[in-house]
Design a protein around this ligand. Structure first.
Ligand code: FES
Ligand code: FES
Length: 159
């Protein structure tokens, strides 16, 4: 057990955790940031997706020691002063969720996608969102949401 200082959503957060604990476990169980979901725990579903220095990673497959020193963004860090990001707003507007369990991971992956590729084609959206699973089968509306977000901001939906 050691004290690590994580940079999460713009704040320095000290946490006592073994370095080989997953980032997902630290976020949920030690820091109560439960917006990031535990789905499979095996890197297969993407429910646990967060951003590390702007890149989408599966936090169940990331050791907390690997995340120390990086800028970590979770779904809790997107909205600012009550304003949703273009990606979050587009998910609401498109109704791109049913149970909502996959949604934070989808939003994080879409945020990274649009930051890298502000105007993706439909095929690019499908390919790049492919690592995230929606068991409710809301895929058409998720693709629609990403397209809406790409059109709603000159930055392509990313803050
Ligand atoms: S919980 Fe991490 S990929 Fe499924
Ligand atoms: S909305 Fe239920 S898993 Fe995607």
């Amino acid at each position: 057990m050691s004290t690590l200082v994580l940079n999460i959503n713009g704040a320095k957060m000290p946490v006592d955790a073994p370095g080989d604990e997953t980032l997902l476990s630290v976020l949920r169980n030690r820091l109560a940031l439960t917006g990031t979901k535990y789905g499979c725990g095996e890197g297969e579903c993407g429910a646990c997706t967060v951003l590390l220095d702007g890149k989408a990673v599966k936090s169940c497959q990331t050791l907390v020691s690997e995340a120390a020193g990086a800028k970590i963004t979770t779904v809790e860090g997107l909205e600012q002063n009550g304003r949703l990001t273009p990606v979050q707003q587009a998910f609401v507007d498109a109704g791109a969720y049913q149970c909502g369990f996959c949604t934070s991971g989808m939003v994080m992956r879409a945020t990274a996608l649009l930051a890298a590729t502000p105007r993706p084609t439909q095929a690019e959206i499908v390919a790049r969102m492919n690592g995230n699973v929606c068991r409710c089968g809301t895929y058409p509306r998720i693709v629609d949401a990403v397209q809406r977000a790409s059109m709603s901001s000159t930055k392509g939906g990313a803050r």
